[in-house]
Ligand binder design. Structure first.
Ligand code: UDP
Length: 332
């Protein structure tokens, strides 16, 4: 029989795509989500769903004592760079304090394998690209700082209690599931690809380019865009790696290709077949100029092999979702 997997934050963008991948691979999936930023409709119908918050110890204890969870995948966090700069304590509360409570509950219930979401924002302004996992971590925003604190908390919890973990440092997730049933839907939306596509749909007048005076070839920030389904697959590989007894580790999760904000807009224009209104705006606080992964380690150690690496293809998959769901899950 396949393992029972608990997915925390499984109603969010990346969580919901990972739940689909887990169900498609035959796992028995339990989803917990407080639905603060996630959507009940995004949870795969074959997964069991419980509404609750990771900061609620009783909720977690109850869930773990009623199930036979072999591994946890933890997405339940706040993840907006901009918001983390204006409301840092919200990030310390949900991401750091929430993870502390989760770990206390996992230790109490003897659950010893966890895959969790970290971020390229742990590196801050990189000294070189592509970035290696062993490169220095100096976050330039609170979001990255809280994720780095989580990584450290996991490390020391393993030393004391033997909870093994894989930390996946995501670069920029984009795109949507090919079934057309789930995709990226944040409210308010802050991410580049959906904002560009909303501008293409006329749902917003234009997309702002946050700064064109960075030290990059066209002056706009460079990011490594990775298809959300490739990202989801990496979680299954990481979980199976832990289930077979392999040691805790940290992996970058990006394709190793950088695209500037202007290049993403141009890719979207090719996909939608028309110009997309855009305007240069001030820089956004906390944004490093360039974040591009070395994905050598995750390919080598976990055997990860992304299938959807072409930027036009990634944007096209997001476009299919946005055209079919112009109001996200709100239109359903
Ligand atoms: N960005 C932009 N305009 C927007 C939203 C984002 O120019 O309306 C830029 C942002 O500065 C960053 C890149 O697009 O360089 C990706 O930002 P996003 O918020 O999608 O992801 P993040 O890199 O913060 O995880």
């Amino acid at each position: 029989m396949k393992q029972q997997v608990l997915v925390l934050g499984g109603a969010g963008y990346i969580g919901s795509h990972t739940v689909y991948a887990l169900v498609e691979s035959g796992y028995d999936v339990i989803v917990a989500d407080n639905l603060e930023t996630g959507y009940r409709q995004a949870v795969h119908p074959k997964a069991s769903f419980y509404r609750g918050d990771i900061r609620d110890r009783d909720f977690l204890d109850d869930l773990l004592s009623r199930s036979d969870v072999g591994a946890v995948i933890h997405f339940a966090a706040n993840s907006l760079v901009g918001e983390s700069m204006t409301n840092p304590l919200k990030y310390y509360d949900n991401n750091v304090n929430g993870t502390r409570i989760l770990l206390q509950s996992l230790v109490a219930h003897d659950v010893k394998r966890i895959v969790f979401s970290s971020t390229a924002a742990t590196y801050g302004e990189p000294e070189r690209v592509p970035i290696l996992e062993s490169d220095p971590t100096h976050p330039t925003n609170t979001y990255g700082e809280t994720k780095l604190s989580m990584e450290k908390m996991f490390r020391w919890t393993e030393v004391a209690h033997g909870v093994r973990y894989v930390s996946l440092r995501y670069f920029n997730a984009s795109g949507a599931h090919e079934s057309g049933r789930i995709g990226e839907a944040h409210n308010p939306e802050t991410h580049l690809v959906p904002l560009v596509l909303q501008a293409a749909l006329g749902k917003r007048p234009k997309v702002d380019i946050y700064g064109d005076d960075y030290d990059t070839p066209d002056g706009t920030c460079i990011r490594d865009y990775i298809h959300v389904c490739d990202l989801a697959q990496a979680h299954i590989l990481a979980m199976e790696y832990l289930l077979k007894g392999s040691p805790s580790d940290i992996f970058n999760l990006g394709n190793g290709n950088g695209f500037s904000v202007k290049e993403v807009i141009r890719a979207a224009e090719r996909v939608v077949g028309r110009p997309i209104p855009n305007e240069i705006a001030p820089r956004r606080a906390g944004d490093p100029a360039q974040l591009v992964a070395s994905s050598e380690k995750i390919r080598r150690v976990l055997g990860w092999n992304p299938q959807r690496t072409d930027i036009d293809g990634i944007v096209a998959s997001a476009w299919a979702w946005h055209q079919a769901h112009p109001d996200g899950f709100g239109g359903e």
